[in-house]
Ligand binder design. Structure first.
Ligand code: ADP
Ligand code: MG
Length: 680
């Protein structure tokens, strides 16, 4: 491949900057596509200017003065036949002031804004014209993704060179059947780099779609490749007698739901394989994922192996450890805990037992995969609430867990459902199980929305609830973008409630408490020593106190749908009818209103996720995948959702032809080595 340094004007410094944009070859430049375009092909009459749009005008200067307002500015009036416009420069020099003479003709390109006295442009690009003004641009001006020290001009010149030199060499890699309905790749690239203003929106759209499809396909294929790669790895076959498991199930006060049973069977079938399991377990909040995880863990233990369970927060890790320990103690199995805040002296015995193999199950946060942690025989890694971890972290984890030539099996659990088409594209490396049923005997949570002005009523209701032996969560979510302020708000709220309800015991957990303090407070809540637990969103995931049957969420209008659903999932875990009060500050925006209504009307996580997808787009749902290394250049998951179902059909067609095409496609869109950095 021709390196970018073969282009005119590219020296060591520039090539270093291009490297930051992952542009190494001339062909990489062709796939560095514009983010958007500016239209300098026409002039807009001043009277027809649209507010907040980039437009171009031409007119005669009728006056230039310096204004001394809050900020000194150079103000210049320009007139055309239709109207007049104000140009405002906050940074200017004497020369500019002198040049903007009355009677001169000027051409400006910039964003028009409606000001106090008509339309204005602040710092437009401008050009003073003489008798023979240069012609208007023939084509739209592409605006490329940038990095520091690089100019649009430079990228324009480089892409122009690349188009001339290398466009004709770009190979079609999609199957011919598809190409018939779409513009050829070379045409699509050329159109996106240098759109023809006369060609029309439809042609442009088709060209963009051609490229987006290829990009999505490249990601899909790379995920599939990961899956194939992991199939070639070795894992320890786990197929033990189910003695311990049977004893565990007998001792439970309930039986497994059918959905739990099914997912456990799916997992056990995977664990029998000599390659590592990569399974995503999706199940709504409260569907009983922990028990499924426990069964998988026991399977490892019965095979003489170890299992590590990783949780996103210390609070959750602690709770999982306690839950598992209480269930496994009768079987004589110890469950260890490793968290970042533990003292060296506390960690040491755990580390030793993990290394010797004496400890079979350990729960922890990221701390589990630090260098000091050595396992004797780690065969299974379970990750809870996966949406907090990126794909890169998962693979880093897997590497850490390797022993000799063996990789651990992986089970990834999430309560945030991922719509099927998205999962196919972005989780194509995973198999998927769904727990689509809640344990019986749950009474659905009643959700109400109440304006903050009726707070006193809510407090009264809490009082009578607590007198009947119920427990209450009071959640104070982020109001300002600051953890400190969030903690302060929760602290004040707890004090306020204590004043209003002097006969009740009120506890408090927030992110600024140490892990030990948090644990102690949770333990008191668990033991029913506390009536009310005031908390920040630290309790969002996983916390399980079945006797808590009322939740109040303040500032509910500020939270996203899945976050609200996650929070609400902390109640409704016992047999008691539970309720959730969403307190909001009026007035509500239309979107906030729709969100609150959605959450009030539905208890179904999958339905809520669909709505979330509609309202926010998939980027948010995928989290780090979108914002991390899997940055999409052209494809937009909201705009291009309809392309996703095709991907699964195209992939096998590609394999049938020339299989090296797959590698070339991936290489084209996902530069090697960028995909999964080790994060530890
Ligand atoms: P999540 O899927 O949100 O992680 P948990 O695993 O925390 O859910 O389970 C929620 C609650 O449901 C726990 O109190 C657990 O003991 C209980 N539970 C799990 N499975 C069953 C079942 N089959 N029948 C009744 N209760 C169950
Ligand atoms: Mg859970």
């Amino acid at each position: 491949m021709e390196p970018v340094t073969t282009l005119r004007g590219v020296g060591p410094k520039l090539s270093e900057r291009l490297e930051k944009l992952q542009i190494r070859s001339v062909s990489d430049l062709l796939f560095h596509l514009p983010l958007r375009y500016q239209d300098r092909t026409t002039l807009t009459p001043i009277a027809a200017l649209l507010h907040n749009e980039e437009q171009q005008i031409e007119g005669i200067i009728t006056g230039t003065t310096i204004r001394f307002g809050r900020r000194r500015s150079l103000v210049c009036s320009v007139e055309d036949e239709s109207d007049s416009l104000t140009i405002r420069l906050f940074h200017f020099n004497k020369g500019q002031q002198a040049a903007l003479q009355n009677g001169r003709k000027i051409r400006c390109f910039g964003t028009a804004r409606r000001g106090k006295s008509g339309m204005e442009m602040a710092h437009p690009e401008y050009q003073l014209l003489d008798k023979s003004p240069p012609p208007l641009e023939q084509a739209l001006t592409p605006i490329y993704p940038m990095t520091e020290g690089l100019h649009q001009r430079t990228l324009f010149s480089l892409t122009t060179q690349a188009l001339q030199r290398a466009l004709h060499e770009v190979k079609e890699l999609l199957p011919t059947a598809l190409q018939r309905n779409l513009p050829p790749l070379q045409q699509a690239l050329s159109t996106l780099h240098r759109p023809d203003a006369t060609a029309g929106a439809e042609v442009f759209k088709r060209c963009r779609e051609r490229i987006a499809l290829e990009e999505l396909l490249a990601h899909h294929l790379s995920m599939q490749q990961l899956r194939q790669k992991s199939r070639k790895e070795h894992a320890i076959v786990l197929s033990p007698q189910r003695t311990l498991l049977d004893r565990l199930l007998q001792q439970l006060p309930f039986s497994l739901t059918r959905a739990q049973q099914r997912t456990i069977d799916e997992i056990f079938a995977d664990l029998k394989n000599s390659w590592p399991m990569q399974r995503l377990l999706q199940g709504d909040v409260g569907s009983g994922k922990t028990l499924v995880a426990l069964c998988a863990a026991l399977h490892a233990v019965e095979s003489g192996q170890q299992c590590a369970l990783m949780a996103p927060t210390e609070l959750l890790a602690t709770q999982h450890q306690q839950t598992l320990q209480s269930l496994l103690l009768p079987l004589g199995i110890e469950v260890g805990l490793l968290s970042g805040s533990m003292r060296k002296t506390e960690r040491k015995p755990i580390l030793e037992q993990l290394q010797s193999g004496a400890l079979k199950i350990v729960v922890g946060t990221h701390a589990l995969f630090q260098d000091a942690v050595q396992f004797h025989a780690l065969a299974l890694v379970i990750i809870d609430e996966q949406h907090r971890f990126g794909v890169d972290q998962r693979y880093a984890l897997q590497q850490k867990g390797e022993q000799g030539s063996y990789s651990p099996h992986q089970l990834i659990m999430t309560a945030t459902p991922i719509p099927r088409t998205l999962a196919m594209t972005f989780y194509a490396d995973l198999d998927s199980s769904v727990i689509d049923e809640l344990p019986p005997g749950r009474t659905p949570i009643t959700t109400v929305t109440i304006p903050e002005s009726r707070r006193d009523e809510v407090v009264q209701r809490i009082h009578s609830n607590c007198q009947q032996g119920r427990q209450v969560y009071w959640v104070c979510p982020l109001v300002e973008e600051s953890e400190l302020l969030e903690c302060q708000a929760a602290t004040e709220q707890a004090a306020e409630l204590q004043k209003q309800l002097p006969d009740l015991n009120i506890g408090l957990v927030h992110g600024r408490l140490s892990a030990t303090e948090k644990e102690a407070e949770m333990a008191r809540f668990h033991a029913r020593e506390l009536h009310i637990l005031v908390a920040t969103t630290v309790i969002e995931v996983g916390v399980d106190v079945p006797n808590a049957s009322l939740m109040v969420i303040e500032n509910a209008e500020r939270l996203g749908l899945s976050q609200l659903h996650q929070l609400r999932g902390r109640v409704g875990r016992g047999s008691e009818a539970s309720s959730c009060v969403l307190m909001y500050r009026s007035p509500l925006s239309a979107v906030a209103k729709e969100r609150l209504e959605t959450i009030r009307n539905s208890n179904d996580g999958f339905e809520i996720a669909r709505k979330d997808l509609q309202m926010r787009g998939p980027g948010e749902l995928l989290g780090r995948r979108q914002t991390g290394q899997l940055q999409l250049k052209i494809a937009d998951l909201t705009l291009d959702q309809h392309l996703l179902p095709q991907l699964e059909q195209i992939a096998p067609q590609l394999l049938q032809g020339d299989p090296t095409r797959i590698d070339r496609l991936i290489q084209r869109w996902i530069p090697q080595g960028e995909h999964y950095h080790s994060v530890a």
